[in-house]
Design a binder for this molecule. Structure first.
Ligand SMILES: NC(=O)c1ccc[n+]([C@@H]2O[C@H](COP(=O)([O-])OP(=O)(O)OC[C@H]3O[C@@H](n4cnc5c(N)ncnc54)[C@H](O)[C@@H]3O)[C@@H](O)[C@H]2O)c1
Ligand SMILES: O=c1ccn([C@@H]2O[C@H](COP(=O)(O)OP(=O)(O)O[C@H]3O[C@H](CO)[C@@H](O)[C@H](O)[C@H]3O)[C@@H](O)[C@H]2O)c(=O)[nH]1
Length: 433
């Protein structure tokens, strides 16, 4: 089938390459000419394991190309909307400017009988509003939310754990089942529903994930008061299959371009709909999450004898999670800024997010390696659990620091190994050994 993918960022570039991989003829369209040129040259403009190889292979087949020209979508049967829906400045609500611009721009090129399939995460009610515009052109609109995780985007797209089809006609359902035929054949469950339910599935899933993380981080706060160990609590409760181990990783909490803005936009939308009371717990989920960042700064301060003024702090990690260069709402960079504001000299290192971090936070100092970030440090902060950091040799790092103090804000370092090398190890939700 001929498909267009409108918006080729983290979601759209992956979706476009994956659709070509399963045999479709795909044109990716973005308003950013630099991004389009880069993708056409086989260079993914962000870090996503496996995507460069897939992109190169798909460009080679001739089934995938990128352009800034929406007119090139005119002969496509399906148009996937993958543009951003960031948080509005100074508000909780989502900014729908890009979605509206993409649909308005597409309307003159829409063939009668074609299908617009929204993948962006939107406030409930958006799809019905857009459907009226699309239907007036003789086309159809569906909502097909996306659940991929950054760092695992290729596998998640090619082997989704479910496919959600919000549709208003049997024809739209059939077209999307044809698009995803290999995934359906492989056994991915397909949930067919109406437009608002499909929109709600997406924000409900992210709200649940955020709630699970903040739940264990709330327990972490209590563990800190009583001297208990949150990692053991998580392990023990996770053995109950009704609870499960996933997303009980206590630590610095969630960031990124999805969970934080999605729970805020959900609260804002519920407020607009007069259902704000239903989601007041998400305010607490957000507050618990943000408190973990302040607690990490406090731990660093405690390790430096009560004040960070004049101290040197080595920061390991800038991305919001490992295997991504995404720094949107990154807890690591928030902590780095907090420590700097408290008077410390901070040096940050991340294996893949340095360029993004430097652009967004030019006032922070950066180092070219983990060792250089930690040279002469009074405390090392482990904030993003990249494999490179988890496998670091604490003995070698101990040679370059001023004091062997480490805060493991992701509960991911082998603390027995670090303490055996003379490090004072502190972690969120665990007493020291
Ligand atoms: N990143 C993820 O892991 C992920 C996963 C699931 C869902 N989502 C949702 O997908 C959407 C996109 O997220 P993202 O992380 O890929 O964002 P992104 O910022 O990386 O990409 C958005 C892209 O859209 C382009 N764009 C903006 N206006 C456009 C227009 N009018 N026409 C064409 N292109 C336009 C931008 O230039 C950019 O390249 C959001 O709604 C997000 O919540 C993201
Ligand atoms: O036990 C855990 C698991 C995750 N995190 C943090 O939570 C954030 C989000 O992690 P993750 O969900 O793995 O990354 P995303 O790529 O943001 O993916 C989420 O957001 C996407 C965009 O909506 C959805 O498609 C995915 O299903 C959803 O998992 C990161 O900061 C993690 O460090 C924790 O603190 N503890």
């Amino acid at each position: 089938m001929k498909l267009s993918v409108i918006g080729t960022g983290y979601l759209g570039a992956t979706h476009a390459a994956a659709m070509a991989e399963i045999g479709h003829d795909v044109v990716g369209i973005d308003v950013d000419p630099a991004k389009v040129a880069s993708l056409n040259a086989g260079v993914v403009p962000f870090h996503e394991p496996g995507l460069p190889e897939l992109l190169t292979a798909m460009l080679g087949t001739g089934r995938l190309r990128f352009t800034t020209d929406l007119a090139q979508a005119a002969d496509c049967e399906v148009h996937f909307l993958c543009v951003g829906t960031p948080q509005r400045k100074g508000e909780l609500a989502a900014d729908l400017t890009y979605v509206d611009a993409a649909v308005t721009g597409l309307l003159p090129h829409l063939a009668v009988g074609s299908l617009v399939a929204g993948k962006s995460t939107v406030p409930v009610g958006t799809a019905a509003r857009l459907a009226a515009l699309v239907e007036a052109r003789g086309a159809d609109l569906a909502w097909n939310p996306e659940f991929l995780r950054e760092g695992k985007a290729v596998a998640d797209t090619l082997h989704p754990d479910r496919i959600v089809l919000g549709v208003t006609s049997e024809r739209a359902e059939k077209v999307l089942r044809d698009v995803y035929a290999p995934m359906v054949a492989e056994g991915s469950p397909v949930v067919v529903t109406d437009l608002p339910t499909a929109e709600l599935v997406k924000v409900s899933a992210n709200s649940f994930l955020a709630t699970k993380i903040s739940f264990i981080n709330a327990i972490s706060e209590v563990c800190e008061v009583v001297g208990a160990d949150v990692t053991m609590v998580a392990e023990a409760i996770g053995h109950d299959v009704r609870i499960g181990h996933a997303f009980l990783g206590a630590g610095l909490g969630f960031g990124g371009g999805c969970l934080p803005k999605d729970i805020r936009a959900f609260m804002a939308r519920a407020g607009e709909l007069g259902a704000d009371q239903a989601l007041t717990f998400l305010k607490e989920v957000d507050a618990i999450n943000v408190r973990r960042r302040a607690r990490t700064v406090d731990l660093a301060r405690e390790m430096c004898g009560g004040s960070l003024a004049g101290m040197r702090v080595g920061v390991l990690g800038a991305a919001f999670k490992p295997d991504s260069d995404d720094i949107r709402d990154s807890p690591a960079l928030d902590v780095a800024l907090g420590v700097q504001q408290a008077g410390a000299a901070v040096r940050v290192y991340d294996p893949h997010a340095m360029a993004n971090a430097r652009t967004a936070f030019p006032t922070l100092a950066y180092a070219d390696s983990a060792v250089e970030a930690c040279r002469d440090a009074d405390v090392v902060l482990h904030l993003t659990e990249w494999r490179e950091f988890r496998e670091m040799d604490p003995a070698a790092l101990g040679e370059v620091v001023r004091q062997r103090n480490v805060v493991d804000a992701r509960n991911a370092l082998d603390r027995e190994r670090w303490t055996a090398e003379g490090w004072t190890h502190r972690a969120l939700g665990r007493r020291s050994i």
